[in-house]
Design a binder for this molecule. Structure first.
Ligand SMILES: Nc1nc2c(ncn2[C@@H]2O[C@H](COP(=O)(O)OP(=O)(O)O)[C@@H](O)[C@H]2O)c(=O)[nH]1
Ligand SMILES: [Mg+2]
Length: 327
């Protein structure tokens, strides 16, 4: 996952302490003018390198090749991506500024007496510290963003993906577990307050992803908060097929009319994606309270038709792997 390995960002105070204490050490081993020069070089390098590393550790949000629209929108649901990008560019500015200060003062520490050189070096240090303090808020915001984004689920937006939607207790998790456990892989990851269920399976040597999104696609759009609404937008960039699971027995606790309304809202929202309506709990058919028109009926409980549903999803995706020479 692209935000997984971001290092912690130093605070301005940590960075200034580090730069000046290393500089003091570098100065100790040398005499007179050389000591002043070496102190300036050490402090300026540590500051400009560390600030630059803060920025280059992040993917470039301006390029879709670096940040897929799915991750862009998901990140934007959690942090303010515009503010983050602005903060990164200000830190880059500070890094360049530190190099400029180095270049500006370097000549002043040559061919002069030690006292004058020390005075200039101190002036340079004050300006370096000032530059770092100017990006204090930005460094803090970058570090907070890093902490908020590092635990996003390990979803590969380039893999063909089935998204499972439907009211709570209709059997979504049971379905995802059933079709992925048999193939040995399933996991859930922290996302806002709930977990995204994620599993994989393979067909004809192609790896498919299947995603269960509790808290997002399990209730009417009007009940979603702002973060959830944006997370749903992110899922538009991810889903290659949408399975809306219904429980016509209504044992899930939601009347079938509400479930069908949610199905229609999802079909509207995901108009570019095949949306299949799946009636689950067919083993409880005697309790079904309406003649539901679904694309498929299944029972995860008894295993009835589960493979056929998966097959229909794979067919709806109609995935053609892109070959290198077609790039
Ligand atoms: N009778 C019956 N119960 C099912 C079936 N599929 C799932 N359930 C049960 O429905 C409940 C909710 O299932 P779950 O997968 O947690 O639903 P989710 O909230 O949509 O993820 C659980 O008690 C399941 O055992 C089914 O096909 N038939
Ligand atoms: Mg569930």
């Amino acid at each position: 996952m692209i935000f997984e390995d971001l290092p912690t960002t130093p605070t301005s105070e940590e960075l200034i302490d580090k730069a000046f204490s290393r500089a003091a050490r570098a100065g100790k081993a040398k005499h007179s003018l050389e000591a002043q020069q070496s102190m300036l070089q050490t402090a300026a390098n540590i500051i400009s390198d560390n600030l630059e590393n803060v920025v280059t550790a992040w993917p470039d949000f301006a390029y879709e090749d670096d940040v897929h629209p799915f991750y862009y929108e998901l990140a934007d649901a959690i942090v303010d991506v515009d503010r983050l990008r602005q903060s990164l560019s200000e830190v880059m500015w500070a890094s360049r500024k530190a190099r400029e200060i180095h270049q500006e003062y370097q000549p002043k520490l040559r061919k002069t007496d030690v006292d004058t050189a020390r005075k200039h070096r101190k002036q340079a240090f004050a300006r370096l510290a000032d530059i770092v303090e100017q990006v204090d808020d930005e460094l803090i915001y970058i570090n907070e963003s890093r902490n908020d984004l590092r635990d996003l689920p390990e979803i590969n937006p380039d893999e063909p993906t089935i998204v499972v939607a439907g009211y709570p207790n209709v059997g979504k998790s049971s379905f995802v577990n059933d079709v992925t456990n048999a193939r040995g892989e399933t996991a859930s990851y922290p996302f806002t307050t709930r977990g995204i269920g994620l599993g994989h399976f393979e067909r004809d040597h192609i790896r498919y992803q299947i995603v269960d999104t509790p808290g997002l696609l399990d209730r009417p759009p009007a009940e979603r908060n702002e973060i959830e609404t944006q997370a749903v937008s992110a899922i538009e960039h991810l889903a290659d097929c949408m399975l809306v699971v219904l429980d016509p027995s209504a044992e899930c606790g939601y009347p079938i009319e509400s479930q069908l309304e949610l199905r229609d809202a999802i079909a509207d929202r995901f108009e570019d994606v095949p949306v299949l309506t799946i009636a689950n709990k067919v083993d409880r058919r005697e309790h079904w309270n309406a003649d539901i028109e679904a694309d498929h009926e299944m029972s995860v409980e008894t295993g009835t038709n589960v493979e056929a549903v998966l097959e229909a999803a794979v067919e709806a995706i109609d995935y053609e792997p892109r070959l290198p020479f077609e790039e």
